[in-house]
Design a protein around this ligand. Structure first.
Ligand SMILES: *Cc1c(COP(=O)(O)O)cnc(C)c1O
Length: 384
């Protein structure tokens, strides 16, 4: 396929073509564990479905195209994708990571891989000099997430990538929040882009999946080796669901962004609300970088209450009718959550407060419903 096609065309066509045996326009679900060989080693490129599966392969090529990358790899979850990336490292190697990151990423770093002798340093990456100060001879990987979860901090990927390149360090970016529709880290100098496909790429709250995209062939081969050797692969049914979900990614994202803006502005003008974290506000510290490296500001919003307590946050959360209280994000339906007790409960309280994650912080994943209905719901939930 031509690689200069625009996003909406790639979302629908990249990696997929009509099934040669029937003409079926939709990629078949190849629900098979193995493939028959004519003679040992004589096969059509598929031997065993942990290693290769045609439905998964179509999806891997599709996601790679959306990220302007050469190679895609799908995993059973976002965390299985992170697991593969950290397994590129050896005991004694060090990682510099954002201190404001997905709780499950923090947990696998500190509670799993630290015990295997890998050292993790956490720092705010708003100031790239803080990253530079932590680099030493053992630093092998920089882990960035932007916009960050749940504080919506924006990290300058190009600036961090300069530091990484100068010291021969890999830069991995968790692009789950922005999606390839809003931001392409490989184009900004990252070596690895990672997704929790569970979120916007799947988009319909019906699949758990992860993905990695890279440009470098040898890096791809090492990751494909890990994908096959450790075995955290998704099944073909899920690959099909995500291929289907991605076909509307650009349409969904436009609405997520539009609703996100409407709700962020409504919250900012509300008398019970203390701070609103959304990178599209001119006074957001990451506004300038977000405007440069993203195409729009997304539908993820966090806010705190003037009466800052877990109790007042819980009261608001219990009153929502359209926003469902649930973990996860990025689906067509609007969700709300309380990071301090839910997604980020694994992070100690002092660490949370250091990044501004207060007890009353509520995170919204704004869906693609009618924006006016969503505003009405928030308005009634905030009534005392
Ligand atoms: C959900 C999420 C993950 C983990 O992905 P799973 O698919 O749940 O394993 C990683 N990073 C971010 C930013 C996430 O939101």
């Amino acid at each position: 396929m031509k690689n200069n096609l625009k996003f909406g065309t790639k979302a629908i066509h990249a990696g997929v073509s009509p099934d040669p045996s029937t003409g079926a326009i939709m990629t078949p679900i190849f629900q098979t564990s193995t493939y028959v060989q004519a003679s040992p080693g004589q096969h059509k490129g598929f031997e065993y479905s942990r290693t290769q599966n045609p439905t998964r392969q179509a999806l891997e090529q599709n996601i790679a195209a959306l990220e302007n990358g050469k190679y895609g790899l799908a995993f059973a979850s976002g965390l299985a994708a992170i697991d593969a990336i950290i397994k590129l490292l050896k005991p004694g190697d060090e990682v510099i990571s954002t201190n404001d990151l997905y709780g499950g990423s923090y947990r696998i770093f500190t509670k799993v891989f630290q015990d295997f002798g890998i050292r993790f340093h956490f720092t705010g990456m708003n100031n790239p000099n803080e990253v530079k100060n932590l680099v030493n001879g053992n630093t092998k990987l920089i882990w960035a997430e932007t916009p960050t979860n749940p504080m919506m901090n924006v990290i300058d990927i190009a600036a961090i990538s300069e530091i990484a390149k100068a010291h021969n360090i890999l830069l991995a970016v968790d692009n789950t929040f922005a999606t390839p529709y809003l931001q392409n880290p490989l184009d900004l100098g990252a070596d690895i882009v990672m997704h929790s496909v569970t979120k916007y790429l799947g988009g319909h709250s019906d699949v758990i999946m992860g993905a990695i995209v890279v440009n470098d062939e040898s890096l791809y081969e090492r990751l494909a080796f890990l994908q096959n050797s450790c075995g955290g692969v998704p099944g073909p049914q899920d690959a099909f669901l995500v291929l289907r979900g991605i076909k509307t990614l650009h349409l969904r994202m436009d609405r997520h962004c539009k609703n996100g803006e409407q709700i962020a502005r409504f919250l900012a003008g509300h008398n019970r609300v203390d701070k609103v974290y959304w990178p599209g506000f001119k006074d957001h510290p990451g506004y300038e970088i977000a405007t440069r490296q993203m195409r729009n500001y997304g539908g993820m919003i966090s806010f705190t209450l003037k009466d800052d307590s877990q109790e007042s946050a819980f009261k608001v959360l219990e009153k929502f009718r359209l926003f469902s209280l649930a973990e996860s994000l990025g689906g067509v339906e609007s969700l709300c959550g309380h990071p301090a007790s839910m997604t980020h409960a694994a992070i100690p309280k002092e660490g949370r407060l250091k990044v501004g994650l207060k007890d009353s912080l509520i995170r919204l994943s704004v869906g693609v419903e009618d924006g006016d209905d969503l505003v009405d719901d928030i308005s009634q939930a905030l009534q005392k």
